[in-house]
Design a protein around this ligand. Structure first.
Ligand code: PMP
Length: 428
């Protein structure tokens, strides 16, 4: 594929960026790479090849600058105090919420609740909505591709409410078995927990179609968008998702900040899950009333610097042409899939059509952690282990695998370096 307009050289890293210029035509990966300083460091004496984007993404300098400025110049609490810095911090915080609403395709910022990340978002829904809505014998359908954070919170609340967690099985290529899903839905189904993109198989399930089916049975649908939002545009209105969760750090923003989207009427009916400051209207020993959405679900001081970083990250994404970025990633994923298939003894787990650039594999009888260690010696960062998705790996009869996960700033050269190192490992 070298020679197409997508595959640009990776070496140069001039100090100025052109990624913020309005995008036209093809995705300019080099301009984007210039905005991510960490891509240009060395590890173990080699230029770093970052293929652990499924775990976390790097931050563009726009994000690190926004966080730095918050702490160096603009630090203040929000929503309280009449002084200038409190007002400014509040404005940044609420603009961050507006950016998140825009990213997800809702106009109502009351539907955007700040949380620590996807894990906390799911726990919020399980503890608040789940405790109020689940009863004895009710069923929660959870896909077998889920990250533990979209499974264990459901097991916890199911145990408490004496409800049942029922797996939606996988097909051999990593797709969710739609026939089985249709058969599993019934009038006891109260919630369907679905990934929008699997962190271990890369599968992108037909979420809109599955949500429509769930709604026919009166069930709610929670979509885990942790791996989706950085790879393709999302629209919760089109999906008709009842809840949608993502983590900032997987979409070029800081750790410790994430978003739970919930439909207004559902959030309105949910009891607060934590009590404290910021979430109240008035408090007395006799009676306490709560603030309107979204603050009712945000007790305590939030991650203000994190929101400043999230605002910067989402504005940065807004300067890119998402369509061409997605197309670029699709082509890079196809290239990587075909390049990996040249490595003797390599078995790819998850080959569903339309998958994101998550390439999880086993190499002959090489121990995954050992193989990841060999790659690390050459500056290639991949993850090895169970990837917090043990049921998904169990479906393939394995407990551990190596995962290379791509982001929009990876290149064909990154893939070639990985594949050459794997060939060497085989020959050694
Ligand atoms: N869901 C998926 C699909 C993920 O990949 C991850 C992170 N690996 C999570 C949920 C949990 O995200 P966090 O740890 O940021 O809460």
């Amino acid at each position: 594929m070298t020679g197409t307009r997508y595959w640009l050289p990776t070496q140069s890293a001039p100090a100025t960026s052109s990624a913020s210029a309005p995008s036209s035509g093809a995705f300019d990966v080099e301009a984007v790479r210039r905005d991510f300083p960490q891509l240009h460091r060395e590890v173990n004496g080699h230029p770093l090849i970052w293929l652990d984007n499924g775990a976390t993404t790097f931050k563009p300098r726009q994000v690190t600058e926004a966080v730095g400025e918050h702490y160096a110049r603009d630090a203040s609490n929000v929503h309280r105090g009449a002084h200038t810095l409190a007002k400014q911090a509040t404005q940044v915080y609420e603009e961050g919420r507006e950016e998140a609403a825009k990213l997800l395709g809702t106009r109502d910022t009351g539907e955007v609740v700040f949380v620590r990340g996807t894990t906390e978002a799911v726990n919020l829904v399980a503890q608040s909505w789940g405790r109020a809505n689940l009863g004895v014998g009710d069923e929660i359908l959870v896909s077998a591709a889920e990250h533990h954070s979209n499974l264990v919170p459901w097991q916890l609340i199911a145990k408490e409410r004496r409800a049942r967690v029922v797996p939606i099985p996988l097909l051999p290529d990593g797709q969710l078995d739609q026939d089985a899903y249709r058969d599993l839905l019934n009038n006891k189904t109260k919630l369907v927990a679905l990934t929008h993109a699997s962190n271990v198989l890369g599968t992108v399930p037909p979420v809109a179609q599955m949500t429509a089916l769930a709604h026919r049975w009166g069930a709610r649908v929670l979509v885990d968008g942790a791996q989706a939002v950085s790879h393709f545009p999302v629209d919760v209105t089109e999906l008709d998702a009842d809840f949608y969760a993502f983590s900032g750090h997987k979409v070029f923003a800081p750790t410790g900040i994430g978003v739970l989207f919930g439909k207004r009427e559902i959030l309105e009916a949910m009891p607060p899950w934590q009590g404290g400051g910021n979430m109240i209207d008035s408090v007395s020993f006799e009676k306490t009333s709560y603030a309107p959405l979204p603050h009712r679900l945000e007790a305590g001081t939030g991650h203000i610097a994190g929101v400043a970083g999230l605002r910067a990250a989402l504005r940065y994404l807004g300067t890119l042409n998402r369509k061409t970025a997605t197309e670029y990633e699709e082509q890079l994923t196809a290239y990587a899939t075909s390049a990996l298939s040249t490595v003797p003894g390599l078995r790819l787990l998850g080959t569903a059509p339309g998958k994101i650039g998550v390439l999880t594999f086993l190499l002959a009888d090489a121990e995954p952690t050992h193989l990841a260690g060999l790659l690390d010696q050459q500056g290639i960062a991949v993850r090895a282990g169970h990837h917090c998705a043990q049921p998904a790996l169990a479906a393939y009869g394995v407990t551990s695998a190596v995962r290379a996960s791509l982001a929009m700033y990876n290149t064909v050269e990154d893939v070639d370096t990985l594949v050459a190192a794997l060939h060497e490992a085989v020959d050694a």
